[in-house]
Design a protein around this ligand. Sequence first.
Ligand code: 5GP
Length: 227
Amino acid sequence: MSETKTFPAGQGSPAGAPNRQIARRGLMFVISSPSGAGKTTISRTLLDRESNLTLSISATTRPKRPAEVDGHHYLFVEEAAFERMVAEGAFLEHALVFDYRYGTPRAPVEAALAEGRDVLIEIDWQGAEQIVEAGGEDVVSVFVLPPSREELERRLHTRAQDPEEVVRRRMAKANNEMSHWKDYDYVVVNRDIEESVAAVQGILAAERLRRARQTGLADFVVELTRD
Ligand code: 5GP
């Protein structure tokens, strides 16, 4: 994961031309949160606004929910197919989340990074840990927390008639996920979607400017300082 990734030829204009893009490595932008903290809304808005950001579509053995589209929200696969992908090394990371298996397919992420594109990866803490381990400096991780316990409880009551037991189980899962906030580079408390999206965009903008990611800087400065 540490080889240099640059914009493809043609995207950067000739040395010396104004506004040329400086080649840089793509980054893996990992976002985790308990369900109910607003991660999905933040991610969708971010994707709408950031044209150089691609969403990683996870594979899962979880049954498809009615509103979900196969290949868009997830790749819905049988247990045997998932197992085959694991054996083939087709996942960058995979984990058992509650009762089902989830994994990040390796090939699309590597293809995007090779083109100098950034990849948004929405996964749980177990997956984040594995991606950080494998991707090192190419990974930036963000944890999204809800603004308060009361608000989280309110959001976890998806239907007024949810049995108390179901809500209690969702809260226990959320507590478990939230206990991993310390393993992330950045933590955003989602009090307001617009503010949180701005914060996450700020993180992305700053991380893109990291000197080590801008692999084209040396050539750029040679050109700038040419006699
Ligand atoms: P849901 O089934 O509600 O869409 O997602 C359940 C949990 O699985 C969420 O915390 C989500 O972030 C996590 N998840 C989704 N895709 C992946 C993945 O590819 N890998 C891992 N480790 N977790 C994932």
